[in-house]
Design a protein around this ligand. Structure first.
Ligand SMILES: [Fe+2]
Ligand SMILES: [Fe+2]
Length: 127
């Protein structure tokens, strides 16, 4: 895997594990809300980075990938708002939704980008 993806994806995945631990150690909904906010910030930074890279290398599936990022962020923010309004308590359901949300994108759209990077790019030049 390209080092950009590997490092960021590990960070995001670690954050989700942390969230998981917190959720099952009786953190308040307010604390969970703050964590989700931090997670959203990390995701935004990561998406921006990927989008910059795609733009730099004229990645053929860039628009499609960017659209998916926008959709994913939108879903994440909707989830955050529901948490904030107390409509959804943070629990098993939220956690598995988040994991799916993350792994689906990583194993499909990001995997394609990663393959393209590895095939066409010199690691040091792109990033
Ligand atoms: Fe990614
Ligand atoms: Fe992505």
């Amino acid at each position: 895997m390209h080092h950009l993806m590997a490092k960021d994806h590990r960070k995001l995945s670690d954050f989700l594990s942390k969230l998981n631990t917190k959720a099952f150690n009786g953190q308040s909904q307010g604390d969970m809300f703050k964590c989700i906010n931090d997670f959203i910030r990390l995701v935004e930074e990561h998406f921006e980075k990927e989008e910059k890279v795609m733009n730099n290398i004229d990645y053929p599936q860039m628009l499609e990938h960017i659209k998916e990022h926008a959709r994913l962020l939108d879903q994440l923010k909707t989830m955050k708002n529901q948490l904030n309004k107390g409509q959804t308590p943070f629990g098993d359901e939220c956690m598995s939704w988040l994991k799916d949300w993350f792994y689906q994108h990583m194993t499909h759209a990001d995997k394609k980008l990663d393959d393209f990077l590895l095939e066409h790019m010199d690691n040091e030049k792109v990033l």
